[in-house]
Design a protein around this ligand. Sequence first.
Ligand code: F6R
Length: 357
Amino acid sequence: EKGTYPHYMLKEIDEQPAVLRKIIQAYQNEDGELHVDRETLDAINGADRIYIIAAGTSYHAGLVGKEYFEKFAGVPTEVHISSEFGYHMPLLSDKPLFVFISQSGETADSRQVLVRIKELGHPSLTVTNVAGSTLSRESDHTVLLHAGPEIAVASTKAYTAQIAVLGILAALASEAKGKTIGFDLIQELGIAANAAQTMVDRKEEMEGLSFDFLELSRNAFFIGRGLDYHVSLEGALKLKEISYIQAEGFAGGELKHGTIALIEEGTPVFALATQEAVSPNIRGNVKEVGARGAKSCIISMEGIQEEGDRIVIPAVHPMLAPLVSVIPLQLISYYAALHRGCDVDKPRNLAKSVTVE
Ligand code: F6R
């Protein structure tokens, strides 16, 4: 029920802080420590390499998840688009673990991969929002997102839930290997939930920015580096699927290898700069596109912000920045679609769960 909300999408964007808190609770034991069932943890620890399989927004969450598995737990991780993997299986390691990420648990492209890897006898884990979904029933292990039903076709709260749950799994894998991730994940997720609340409360400002940057645009670009690059892909997907504005997300360093040719007077560029190490580089990219007439909206973080940044998210642990920096992008897309009179919750040509290959 969407209650007083005009659209499910807006309601689901708003639910993100609560979903993060729910996840923190769901994966804590009575001693207040992170916890997941033994078999799932053993499956992760038994792998010499993780293969994340997903589509669309879930694939974008998987890209962030890869960083967690590699940085927290030291497990080499690959992320694959299900439809590609289904037809071009790469060379596999000796002890692979397949991690399927799917809000619905019904995506046909992902199911096809599961069928194939089961035939080969490999273990599987599904991270899904829907208990009892096909992927959940057919894989060896399931980890739930606890995001509550996601009705809008454009995925929002499932994305942030996927990232949080993957972070928890990676931190647990790290602990099981006797390592430390170097910070208190429960505490930092709590801080991220508060920061997410701050961002969902800034709707009016995001509506204004959406109007300023996108009202007259046929296209838009999203750039970032490192984790911010992954978020830029998701920002572009959100915008194109609901507002039909042609949008592209890419790594800032790739601009000069082609895309900069598309920059004209007034072209909107959303530049994510939440990662201190690469923030100077992305700011350099903003200058390059600015010199060619682009109108840039920098999304940075408290502590590393600079004058003129249009959106500054509250300070969170840099590894968790995607949980917060995606929210302004979701809201900007929502308002762009709304201003254009688009059917926000049911964009043309799209279905909530894609059950055909
Ligand atoms: C984007 C979107 C799609 C889905 C994709 C995978 O907003 O909703 O890109 O993310 O179809 O769906 P699931 O996660 O259900 O497998």
